[in-house]
Design a protein around this ligand. Structure first.
Ligand code: ADP
Ligand code: 5GP
Length: 209
């Protein structure tokens, strides 16, 4: 593989906890970068433009689509979301070792189409009742938005088969640990580590009398 940037996709039905888990992962691994998506969704109270999302209107988003600026984009819960090519380049420019995408299954499919080495993790809630409770606990969306997201959950879960890993977010600490374990495992892939073994072999050859 000529590019060892770890592309880590985290998908889940809304409310399962992927934002919470992603934040923990980024705090644990400072050399990973969060891919800041563009969206037409209005910002929630605590969200910061440029940090959580680039908030844009539909006209601007459609311009970016027409200019082929997105590596992937999709309509999710009635709003448009997308990852720009520039965002992935920003990660390379900052010499990070990986980039974390919080995107839905449609985006995951598009990224995997061009980068089959991308790793995708599907986060599941322990039950549908708990999913609804968490959607409400977030207290940032109105009831109609919560219902819409809850009703879309089944369709999203049906796409778990596209993912390489599944993490059930029941006990938060246990789920955080599993996600970290996935990063360690992916970083230990033979093709990512082959350069270390090859360099040892080269040196041991040089050292021969
Ligand atoms: P998502 O990004 O998947 O939509 P969030 O990370 O915003 O989900 O989580 C939705 C709500 O559930 C938040 O209020 C969050 O604090 C809470 N939450 C996340 N994980 C857990 C967990 N394991 N147990 C209980 N509550 C959780
Ligand atoms: P939210 O509005 O709760 O932040 O996100 C709603 C859904 O949109 C989530 O499933 C999230 O993963 C997805 N999403 C966020 N950014 C992107 C993106 O850039 N592309 C795609 N395809 N989905 C995204």
């Amino acid at each position: 593989m000529d590019d060892d940037l770890l592309l880590l996709i985290i998908s889940s039905p809304s409310g399962a906890g992927k934002t919470t888990l992603t934040r923990d992962l980024l705090a644990r691994f400072p050399d990973l970068m969060f891919s800041v998506s563009h969206t037409t969704r209005p910002a929630r109270a605590q969200e910061v433009d440029g940090k959580d999302y680039h908030f844009v209107d539909r006209t601007r988003f459609e311009q970016l689509v027409a200019q082929a600026r997105f590596a992937e984009w999709a309509e999710v819960h009635g709003n448009l979301y997308g990852t720009t090519v520039d965002e992935i380049q920003r990660c390379r420019d900052q010499r990070r070792t990986g980039v974390v995408f919080d995107i839905d299954y449609q985006g995951a499919r598009q990224i995997k189409a061009s980068r089959p080495d991308a790793v995708s993790v599907f986060v599941l809630p322990p039950s549908m009742d708990e999913l609804k409770r968490r959607l409400r606990a977030r207290a940032s969306d109105d009831e109609a938005t919560i219902e819409r997201r809850y009703n879309n959950a089944k369709r999203e879960i049906e796409h778990y088969g596209l993912c390489d890993y599944v993490v059930v977010n029941d006990q938060l600490e246990a789920a955080k640990e599993r996600l970290r374990a996935i990063v360690y495992a992916e970083r230990s892939r033979r093709w990512r580590m082959a350069h270390v073994a090859e360099s040892l072999l080269r040196r041991s050859q040089d050292a021969q009398p």
